[in-house]
Each structure stands twice: as C-alpha cells, then as structure tokens.
Write a protein that binds this ligand. Structure first.
Ligand SMILES: NC(=O)c1ccc[n+]([C@@H]2O[C@H](COP(=O)([O-])OP(=O)(O)OC[C@H]3O[C@@H](n4cnc5c(N)ncnc54)[C@H](OP(=O)(O)O)[C@@H]3O)[C@@H](O)[C@H]2O)c1
Length: 301
C-alpha cells in the first residue's frame, strides 16, 4: 500500500483529499501543529515556525502533498499577517526539504498547493497560462516564492508538481460558505463592479487533480486548477442565488466599503482575470464539474 503524507491535511482541502485517497487504497497520514485532531488518520506533529518535525512522518511517505499555510482570506493583511502567510509556506517547505534530504528513501513526488494569485490581483480580459510570469503584487510574490521553495524538491531528483488553485467550492466551508450567507438571506449581490473574474473549482475536481499528480508520472511543473467555465463575480453570485432559489436584485456592494472592511485583502474579492484550464485537460484530466451551475447544484443538493 502506497503512503501519502499531507501537510496541513486538517484544513478544508486536506480533509476531503485524505478521505478520497483512503477510498483509493492509499495509506494517509497528516502533518499538523496540533496532535489533538479529530481524525481517523495518523497525525504526525510538526512546528514549522520552530523548525521541528517528527522524523517518522517523512521517512514513511511515498508522496508528500504540501497544503500547509496560514489562511490567505481569513484576516486583514497587516504586516504581521503578510509575514505569517509567507513564512508559514516557506518555513514548512524548508523543514520538509531538510527532512527528506536526510533520508536515503525519498518520496516519489512532492505536490505543492499554489494559487491562481500567482498571476496577480488584476482584472483584465487576458487569459493566464502556466508559462506567464508571476505578478509583483503580494499574492504573486507569495506564490512565486512558495513555488520556488517547492522547486528545490525537483532539484534533488523528486518529481514536483505545483497546483495553482482557483477558489475551491466545497459544502464544508471556505469561500463558498461565506458567499452564500447574504445570498441565503435574500440580499446577495455582486462585489465592486462585478466584472472581475473568479476562477473556481469544485473540491472533487481539485482532489482528483491531486490524485492524478500522484499517479501520472508524466506530470511535473505548474498546472492551473480552475474549471473551464469562467465567470465574473456578478455571474457567479447570480448562479449562486439561482442554485439556492433566492433573488438576485440587490445593488452591488461598493468597492470602497469592501476596502474599508478588509483593507488590501479586498483585492481577492475585487480583482481577477481568467486562467486557462487547457494544460491539465491536455494532460488527460476530464472535469467532473466543468459547469458552475452543476457544481453549485451538487454542493447545495
Ligand atoms: N481553499 C481555497 O479556495 C484555496 C485556493 C487556492 C489555494 N489554496 C491553498 O491550498 C492550501 C490548502 O487550502 P485549505 O483551504 O485547505 O486551507 P485551510 O483550510 O486554511 O488549511 C490549511 C492548513 O494549514 C495549516 N496551517 C495554518 N496556519 C499555519 C501556519 N501558520 N503554519 C503551518 N501550518 C499552518 C493548518 O493545519 P494545522 O492547524 O493542523 O497545523 C490548516 O489546517 C493552502 O495553502 C491554500 O492557500 C486554497
């Protein structure tokens, strides 16, 4: 039985992915800062901020999936928060790398989360492809350094894949749950001018892409993970209202109000371009939920 270690496996994506991997017959273990997790999986302890890790975690792993990192959309991006968002991704990568480097038996692949924020918070008609350069803004820089840190695994001979993820749609929390609150109250509306694109992916498709990255030895490098049905914020919110059987007529939430509430973090709500799903489709992936309406109906079933 092949084993998969998931860092940050206690979060939104990790929990779903761990269950899917188990169903597929993998032995799954999680790396967490807190051993008191309610989970059926084996949990190894680490503390990336203090460069501490249980060495047994990595020595057992055939594959490492690296999801850990302070949540990007949870709090205002103060100077301390920005530092935590970046450090939590880089320091955790460092400790995984030094742990792996010290072992004779190396994992077969290292698969790291990244985000479509790589291309920056910008609203345009451009479609971004994997070969495009990273943006110089906070998210672009964060993703660039996060991916660079993952690339060091490739340098020591481990197949490395980076999954540039759009907004993950799940029925268990994350952005969709937050967006659904006003819509359920009948006051859902677009944000800012509503023209910003919102690359999205159903959590099941995302987890299938992670599993494909484990199993398809031809995969390496960066892949966008966003559904081919590209919607603006206004179109997205309208579809959400439709899926929930709620009205959609409220005036847009003005950009300045979101800026006052969330500061620069409002960029992730107010800006966005399209990203291509062509590379992952050409690699052989077939989306189970290519269409937003079907994805939402499935999640709110
Ligand atoms: N969800 C999305 O829409 C989305 C979109 C694009 C990219 N991503 C990326 O995909 C990854 C997983 O996303 P997710 O939604 O599952 O995130 P999540 O629910 O916030 O979970 C992330 C996990 O990382 C660990 N973590 C949190 N703060 C940390 C810190 N300061 N140092 C080390 N570990 C820390 C936590 O595990 P413990 O508390 O157990 O240690 C947490 O369960 C993240 O890196 C995220 O940026 C997510």
């Amino acid at each position: 039985m092949e084993s998969v270690l998931i860092s940050g496996g206690t979060g939104l994506i990790g929990r779903y992915l761990a269950a899917r991997l188990k169903e597929k017959g993998y032995k799954v273990a999680l790396l967490s800062r807190d051993l008191k997790q309610e989970t059926d999986f084996q949990v190894y302890h680490w503390d990336p901020a203090k460069s501490k890790i249980d060495p047994a975690a990595v020595s057992d792993a055939d594959y490492i999936i690296h999801l850990a990192g302070a949540n990007i959309g949870e709090r205002r991006w103060t100077r301390e928060r920005r530092k935590l968002i970046l450090d939590s991704r880089l320091k955790s990568g460092d400790i995984l790398l030094s742990s792996v480097s010290g072992n004779i038996r190396k994992p077969r692949a290292f698969i790291s989360a990244s985000a479509v924020g790589y291309y920056g918070a910008v609203t345009s008609d451009k479609i971004f492809y994997e070969e495009d350069l990273p943006s110089g803004d906070f998210l672009g820089e964060t993703c660039r350094k996060w991916e660079q840190s993952a690339d060091r695994f490739e340098e020591i001979g481990i197949r490395t894949i980076k999954i540039r993820t759009g907004v993950v749609l799940s029925s268990h929390g994350g952005a969709l749950a937050k967006m659904a609150i006003p819509v359920k109250m009948g006051v859902g509306s677009a944000m800012g001018n509503g023209k910003q694109y919102m690359p999205w992916i159903h959590i099941e498709d995302l987890c299938n892409i992670y599993i494909m990255a484990i199993e398809d030895v031809k995969m390496r490098g960066a892949y966008n993970a966003a559904a081919p049905d590209r919607r603006t914020n206004k179109e997205f919110t309208e579809s959400l209202a439709h899926a929930l059987g709620k009205p959609f007529w409220f005036p847009n939430i003005p950009a300045f109000a979101l800026r006052m509430l969330f500061g620069e973090m409002s960029d992730i709500l107010l800006k966005g371009s399209r990203v291509s799903s062509g590379k992952i489709i050409s690699a052989g992936y077939s989306f189970k939920f290519p269409d937003l309406g079907n994805a939402l109906n499935d999640l709110f079933r």
